[in-house]
Design a binder for this molecule. Structure first.
Ligand code: CA
Length: 247
């Protein structure tokens, strides 16, 4: 049974330019017609779409293919969408949109408590789902999955953003609040280069204080690198510009 309304929107015939680095969306849904419709429409929006027809393979694919976003039906064979969500949240902050039915408000509430980011109620239009997908990808920074994570582990480096803890090869590193903020900004930039001015502005404020200039940033980077020991190389200098975090 397909509950979708307004399945295929008319589309202008002009070709869209290929978007560099397509966002990967995993669709976990057992209704084949609905999968086909959603896939068709998302692919036209230049997303790359993977699908799974039950909760277990949804979880496996989330782990294996690291999608940028998951659309997860609640009513699924083998493992329910809510159980699947619970398992996903034990290991990942990937944005999740639940597909629910009208009468199941308790499921929706539980879903949000379990860490779903949004939901749509069947029957929905594909346009509505697409708008939610776009909004959520924007909110999660659009740059990638790591932006919304509370903790990251990269090489010998573990950073817990909530607890303000950093470990290098399992040993706690004692960072000052400014050094921690510097590390956080660089990690969250996800490979983007941040200029000295940007870092100055974001860590020290407007940067008009006479005592503080871009050399302060360099000094903090030097101290931070020293504390990161073998992982110091991850903070790369971009000559005459700023710094970049290398994963
Ligand atoms: Ca279903």
């Amino acid at each position: 049974m397909t509950l979708i309304a307004n399945p295929i929107r008319p589309k202008p015939k002009t070709a869209r330019p290929m978007v560099k680095g397509k966002k990967k969306i995993l669709l976990v849904e057992d209704e084949k017609d609905l999968v086909r419709l959603i896939r068709y429409n998302l692919e036209r929006e230049q997303y790359s779409v993977l699908s799974a027809a039950d909760g277990e393979s949804g979880l496996t694919l989330t782990r294996r293919s690291k999608p940028h976003l998951v659309i997860l039906d609640i009513m699924l064979p083998k493992m329910s969408g809510l159980d699947c969500l619970k398992r996903i949240r034990e290991e990942s902050r990937v944005p999740v949109i639940l597909l629910t039915v009208k009468r199941s408000e308790p499921d929706r509430i539980l879903g949000l408590k379990l860490g779903a980011d949004d939901y749509v109620v069947k029957p929905f239009s594909v346009g509505e789902l697409q708008a939610r997908v776009e909004a959520l990808l924007r909110r999660s920074d659009g740059n990638g999955r790591e932006a919304a994570e509370n903790a990251v582990s990269i090489g010998g480096l573990e950073v817990d953003f909530e607890r303000h803890e950093v470990k290098v090869k399992g040993k706690a590193a004692s960072l000052t609040p400014k050094e921690f903020e510097l590390l956080r900004l660089l990690v969250e930039a996800n490979g983007k280069v941040l200029s000295r001015d940007q870092l100055l502005e974001r860590i020290w404020g407007h940067g008009k204080d006479i005592e503080i200039d871009t050399r302060t940033v360099d000094q903090h980077v030097a101290r931070l690198r020293h504390k990161l020991k073998a992982d110091a190389f991850r903070i790369a200098t971009v000559t005459n510009f700023g710094y970049q975090f290398k994963r």
